[in-house]
Write a protein that binds this ligand. Structure first.
Ligand code: FES
Length: 260
């Protein structure tokens, strides 16, 4: 018996469209991001650094913090700077409350949509192993906040171009600057609209009126939080596009237009 026979619903609308779109979009992102992370090349172009490779702790580009590939890297493993860091933003997104709701529906039909039955009898929820591990989200949040500041710094560095003749750095803005800056801002909004962030800045308090500054921050976080799903998708597309942009410019396929 296939899933269709096991799923029961009185819904007459196209309830399966959204989980299907989520399935396609998330699968495409994971496939692309994995491919890009393993490339280990074409991730930097002039002052631009792909967000998949930032911070570049070790690597061959001028953006590297601690020099080239470390000696301790196991020889049989292919080296790529992205593999050292991508687990942090990846873990943050994977454990995000919004994405959990979205991929539980679209990837393992748990349930496929609201008011649609699921193709299984037991329900273990997130209170038992393995899904209880999703609680690490709040710790990934701390890392994600650090990443936001690193990417904002990258956006700042993307405004300083090295003069080919003098070797001096001069201020400028290219399309790549806009791509990286937009991406850092969108990732920042996604991060600060996080449910865990909202809890951290005020949600855990019974009375916010006694702490006016906290109350203000909490209201800002709540305001962003209302559109958390939108920020999740905008930032997902922007981070993938930023990598594609830097990659194609670095390969010489796209030319980065200078605006200033
Ligand atoms: Fe989505 Fe925290 S809930 S990032």
């Amino acid at each position: 018996m296939g899933h269709a026979a096991l799923i029961h619903t009185y819904r007459k609308d196209l309830w399966w469209v959204r989980p299907l779109l989520v399935f396609i979009a998330l699968s495409s992102f994971v496939v692309y991001a994995t491919w890009a992370a393993f490339q280990g090349e074409y991730y930097a172009a002039g002052p631009y650094l792909s967000p998949f490779y930032s911070p570049e702790l070790f690597g061959n580009s001028p953006h590297s913090w601690f020099g080239p590939k470390p000696m301790w890297w196991p020889a049989p493993l292919p080296f790529s700077p992205a593999l050292l860091i991508l687990w942090a933003p990846g873990g943050f997104r994977f454990t995000c409350y919004y994405y959990r709701g979205a991929y539980y529906k679209s990837f393992w039909a748990d349930p496929p949509a609201c008011a649609v039955s699921e193709p299984r009898k037991t329900y273990r929820g997130e209170n038992s192993f393995p899904l209880i591990l999703q609680n690490v989200h709040r710790y990934f949040l701390y890392l994600a906040v650090i990443f936001v500041f690193i990417l904002l710094y990258d956006a700042w560095k993307a405004m300083w171009f090295t003069d080919a003749l003098t070797g001096e750095k001069t201020f400028g803005i290219g399309v790549g600057t806009l791509v990286l800056t937009t991406n850092a801002v969108l990732l920042g909004i996604y991060t600060f609209s996080c449910h865990s962030f909202r809890h951290l800045v005020g949600g855990f308090k019974d009375k916010l009126s006694e702490t006016p500054v906290r109350k203000k921050v909490y209201h800002c976080a709540s305001c962003l939080n209302r559109r958390h799903m939108n920020w999740a998708w905008f930032s997902l597309f922007s981070v993938a596009f930023a990598d594609i942009y830097v990659r194609l410019v670095s390969m010489g396929i796209w030319t980065d237009l200078r605006i200033l």
